[in-house]
Structure formats: structure tokens, C-alpha cells
Design a protein around this ligand. Structure first.
Ligand SMILES: NC(=O)c1ccc[n+]([C@@H]2O[C@H](COP(=O)([O-])OP(=O)(O)OC[C@H]3O[C@@H](n4cnc5c(N)ncnc54)[C@H](O)[C@@H]3O)[C@@H](O)[C@H]2O)c1
Length: 312
């Protein structure tokens, strides 16, 4: 298979490249990435031994992405602005990469008739009440609550409209919060590990009771693999690991693992419009595609901490 991976220099995209080559060492992958601040060349170390090529470019550049799409069997799009806090400060880049960029990929996919998979987020469904047992399903309504989520929701709508109108071969996955190696230090888990290792304060928004549905990044990668191999075009798959944990508990778990005191936690003013809880029902992908997770939080977190320790 020859795959175009967009956004492969970032967190999940680079883990996907390593995951895919471990499982399919004879395949060919082109990584197309603008290498923004969120990308890290160290994420790509080791790929040179495979049939791997890199193109530096912006997915919103129609001609460049068109040429890359033309020559592959399938496209998996990870490229996006991904940090909610940045989208609250200025969402221009989010509109550019997450909406205009996806539109430009769709135009090429339509033109050349290629298989396309979009990596999306559970944040498109908005927020669930704390202390409830409600969970998102593929049938849940879209209610994005911050600019990042709104741009990802827009992209999902565009993709469905292209499937419905032009019959493109597209699938979408909406995944919960990922953790694992190769994530930018701006995000909660790497920031907590890195600060704890240095005995620095760990800032938590509000009371830290916001619940996220955590999944180890390799489990997300195996879900995307299952969708590419067995998924039905036009369908959406929720990807989750039944990993609901409040942010403060995740931080406590890391502190315990690193033998650091909880006094390092510092509560700061809450993020505006902070979603209370995300929780996913991933029955569809488990039952229809036979996908399952391999990592529990304890094993996944150990592997994650090891990675950041080695980076020091
Ligand atoms: N991190 C999570 O927990 C999570 C959960 C669910 C879904 N997602 C989605 O998964 C995808 C990957 O997330 P991530 O955490 O790896 O993000 P990331 O910020 O770590 O990486 C994004 C990558 O996209 C590249 N990029 C950004 N704009 C680009 C453009 N215009 N053209 C080409 N490349 C561009 C960046 O250089 C970077 O390498 C995103 O679409 C995100 O919405 C993330």
C-alpha cells in the first residue's frame, strides 16, 4: 500500500508512521507536513530505514497537496492545529489548517478518486455533564464548544457532504484524548511529566475535575488501521478505551509514578468555556471491525513517562 500521511511530524501522526511501518514494513508512506511549532523532527528518527519520504508543505496549498494525493492509494489526515488554548487566543490558523486545509485535500480526493480517512475528535460533540453515565455515540449531535472543536466539526461536515454529493471514499474517526510518546510539551500529560521531573509546579485549570476519555496513542493507531483495512466508506467510528479519568487524577497518577508530592499541583483560573466531561461509546468499531485496545492506563502511562525521561 502507498499511503499519504498528512501531519506525520506531530504527536499522533508520527506514532502512526512508526506503528504502520512496524506492522507493514514493505509499504510506502509519504509524510506531508508543514512542520509547525507542534511538529518535532525527533519524532521521525528511525523512519529512514523504511520506504519513507517527506514533503514539507501546507495541506491548504491546492497544487502541492493535489500532486501528493494523485500518486497514492490512500490518505490519512492528521494535519491540524490541535491546541484548544491557542484556538481561544486566535483561531485564524485553525480555520486555515482544519477547514481550508481539509477542503483542499477533499478536492484532490474527489479529482483522483482516492480513499480518505480523517482523524477527528470527540470534542465535536461538546460536553457531557459530570457525574452522569451519558456517553457520545456516532448518533450524537454535533455541539462544538470551543474554536478548535468548531473547526474540526466543520471539517467532518465537509467530508460527509463530499461523500453524499460526490461519493468520495471517506471515513471519519472521532477519538478521545490521546497520551503517549512524542506529544508536544504544551499538552497536559507531557507538561505534567516534564514539570514533575524538574520539580516545577504543575498548573491545573480550575478544580481539575474535568473528565477526559484517555486512550494510549498506539491503540488509536490500531483503530485507524482497522478502519483503513475494514471500514465502510461513508461511516464514522468513535474510538475510545473506556478510559474516563478526571484531569487531577491523571496528574496524581503521574506524580505517584515519579515519586513527587501532590503539593506541586497549583490550581489556576479555569479555561473559558472548559468542557466538563467527554466519554465515548466505542461499541461500533469493536463489534463491526473487531478492534480492541491493548494498553491499560497503567502500562500506557509507564511507556509515556519512560519516553519523556529519555528525552531529558
Ligand atoms: N491529541 C489528541 O488527543 C487528539 C484526540 C483526537 C483527535 N486528534 C486529532 O488528531 C490529529 C493529530 O493530533 P496531534 O495531537 O498529533 O496534533 P499535533 O499538533 O501534535 O500535530 C499536528 C501536525 O500537523 C501539522 N500541520 C499543522 N497544520 C498543517 C498544515 N496546514 N499543513 C500541513 N501540516 C500541518 C503540524 O506541523 C504537526 O506536525 C489532529 O487532527 C487532531 O485534531 C487529536
Amino acid at each position: 500500500m502507498k499511503i499519504l500521511v498528512t501531519g506525520g511530524g506531530g504527536f499522533i501522526g508520527s506514532n502512526f508512521l512508526h506503528y504502520w511501518f512496524r506492522r507493514h514494513p514493505k509499504d510506502e508512506i509519504i509524510n506531508f507536513d508543514l512542520m509547525t511549532y507542534a511538529a518535532d523532527p525527533r519524532n521521525l528518527v528511525g523512519l529512514e530505514r523504511y520506504n519513507y519520504m517527506f514533503i514539507k508543505g501546507d495541506i491548504a496549498e491546492r497544487e502541492l497537496i493535489g500532486k501528493a494525493v494523485r500518486d497514492v492509494d490512500a490518505i490519512v489526515n492528521f494535519a491540524a492545529e490541535s491546541h484548544v488554548d491557542n484556538s481561544i487566543n486566535d483561531s485564524s490558523r485553525f480555520v486555515h489548517s482544519n477547514i481550508v486545509g481539509v477542503h483542499s485535500i477533499l478536492e484532490a480526493v474527489k479529482r483522483y478518486g482516492k480513499r480518505f480517512h480523517q482523524v477527528s475528535t470527540d470534542e465535536v460533540y461538546g460536553s457531557l455533564p459530570l457525574n452522569s453515565s451519558l456517553r457520545f455515540t456516532e448518533e450524537s449531535s454535533y455541539r462544538p464548544m470551543n474554536p478548535y472543536a468548531a473547526t474540526k466539526a466543520s471539517a467532518d461536515h465537509l467530508i460527509r457532504s463530499y461523500f453524499n454529493t460526490y461519493g468520495i471514499g471517506a471515513t471519519i474517526s472521532n477519538c478521545g484524548n490521546n497520551y503517549g510518546p512524542r506529544q508536544h510539551l504544551e499538552k497536559l500529560i507531557p507538561k505534567t511529566i516534564s514539570n514533575a521531573l524538574e520539580w516545577r509546579k504543575i498548573q491545573l485549570y480550575g478544580n481539575g475535575k474535568q473528565v477526559r476519555d484517555w486512550i494510549y496513542v498506539d491503540d488509536h493507531c490500531s483503530a485507524i488501521e482497522a478502519i483503513l483495512k475494514k471500514g465502510v466508506v461513508g461511516e464514522t467510528y468513535l474510538v475510545g478505551a473506556d478510559g474516563e479519568v478526571p484531569n487531577i487524577e491523571m496528574v496524581r497518577l503521574i506524580l505517584k509514578e515519579l515519586e513527587r508530592p501532590e503539593s506541586l499541583i497549583e490550581h489556576i483560573k479555569d479555561r473559558p468555556g472548559h468542557d466538563a466531561r467527554y466519554a465515548l461509546d466505542a461499541s461500533k468499531i469493536r463489534e463491526e471491525l473487531g478492534w480492541s485496545i491493548k494498553y491499560n492506563i497503567s502500562d500506557g502511562m509507564k511507556a509515556t513517562i519512560d519516553w519523556y525521561r529519555r528525552l531529558k
